[in-house]
Write a protein that binds this ligand. Structure first.
Ligand SMILES: CC(C)(COP(=O)([O-])OP(=O)([O-])OC[C@H]1O[C@@H](n2cnc3c(N)ncnc32)[C@H](O)[C@@H]1OP(=O)([O-])[O-])[C@@H](O)C(=O)NCCC(=O)NCCSC(=O)C[C@@](C)(O)CC(=O)[O-]
Length: 306
């Protein structure tokens, strides 16, 4: 399969990244991050989630964040919803896309959303139907497609099964997530191929955490299959509160640096993206997790003068 000429990146930093911060990040900082990401050319941003604030207090300001963004035409703003209550709460914020999220492993499903895989699909079916009736695009995030923090290795057959269930209830696109970053290129390709049994290439994306430093390699492996859409996180923010030790997603800056070097178009201005990464890292009071972002920032005249 030829490597795609064009790639779409969905920055999930404001949601996947900031959901895992111990300190509560104020809504205006989250809004500032979204503004900077869209200024850098991101055309899809996962802004927040409408989940239970008892489970994930970091996202309790969801409506406030959605209301504060200056929306740009051509940018898709997505939010996670775990159930009908979340969907109804999200509606006034006018998301362009909702993301339902299920797991390929039973134990993670229980830990993350307090129900079985089958139970989660039952819960999502009316959400998907209601969203599509309103013309809202529905993406499905499939967690633990390579490994599970509780069960270890996850077989591709489990991914085939979950993708089939997502398809049955009308989910339009699936993201293949390596939640704990244990995937290596061939394993990740197998997980993607499992999703491709039920979805077309244009409806499958990769979502790779970088816990073991494999996520850029896994992105390249996905490109080799023709996959051209990826979730990434500015400054490598994040992790999952229900996957202990999992680090952030692959840094958007690192993926853009690789794609720029390969002549693959993303529409993203790397310099402005680095600014967005520095903005949030400065707020959090720690260095960016992006290798490319850090290297670029160090070469700037103001850094050299300091
Ligand atoms: C699914 C539930 C709600 C089940 O949680 P539950 O406790 O079983 O829910 P419940 O229906 O029994 O309700 C309990 C309370 O929560 C309230 N509630 C119920 N739903 C909502 C809602 N939507 N918004 C606000 N409140 C809600 C509900 O009203 C009730 O309130 P009370 O009567 O006690 O005052 C909970 O487990 C939950 O919110 N889980 C979300 C966990 C989460 O956000 N995890 C991180 C996102 S997934 C992820 O990061 C992975 C991904 C996508 O990035 C891909 C990857 O890398 O793997």
């Amino acid at each position: 399969m030829a490597i795609p000429h064009k790639v779409k990146l969905v920055d999930v930093g404001p949601r996947d990244g900031l959901q895992n911060e111990k300190q509560l990040v104020p809504a205006e900082v989250k809004i500032g991050l979204v503004q900077r990401l869209q200024a850098a050319g991101l055309r899809e941003i996962e802004v927040t989630s409408f989940v239970s604030p008892q489970w994930v207090p970091q996202m309790a300001d969801n409506a406030q964040v959605m209301a504060g963004i200056e929306r740009r035409p051509g940018v898709r703003y997505s939010v996670l919803v775990p159930n009908m209550k979340g969907f109804e709460a999200a509606l006034p914020s006018r998301p362009d896309e909702i993301v339902v999220f299920a797991s390929a492993s039973e134990s993670f499903s229980q830990a993350n959303i307090n129900c079985s895989i089958a139970g989660s699909i039952e819960r999502f079916a009316p959400v998907v139907e209601a969203a599509r009736a309103k013309g809202i695009h529905v993406r499905g995030a499939m967690s633990c497609t390579v490994g599970c923090p509780y069960e270890g290795e996850v077989a591709p057959e489990q991914v085939v099964r979950l993708a089939g269930l997502m398809r049955q209830i009308g989910v339009q696109h699936v993201g293949v997530a390596d939640t704990i970053g244990v995937g290596t290129p061939r394993k990740v390709q197998k997980a993607l191929e499992a999703a491709l049994r039920h979805y077309a290439l244009d409806d499958v994306s990769g979502h790779f955490h970088d816990t073991y430093g494999q996520a850029v390699a896994n992105t390249l492996a996905a490109l080799e299959l023709g996959v051209w859409q990826f979730d990434t996180s500015v400054a490598g923010l994040g992790g999952c509160p229900y996957a202990k030790g999992a680090t952030g997603n692959v840094a958007t800056e690192d993926v853009v640096f690789m794609l720029d070097g390969m002549g693959i178009e993303t529409g993203i201005d790397l310099d402005k993206l680095v600014d967005a990464g520095l903005y949030i890292s400065d707020y959090l009071g720690r260095p960016s997790q992006s290798r490319a972002g850090t290297a670029i920032a160090r070469k700037r005249p103001q850094a050299q003068a300091a």
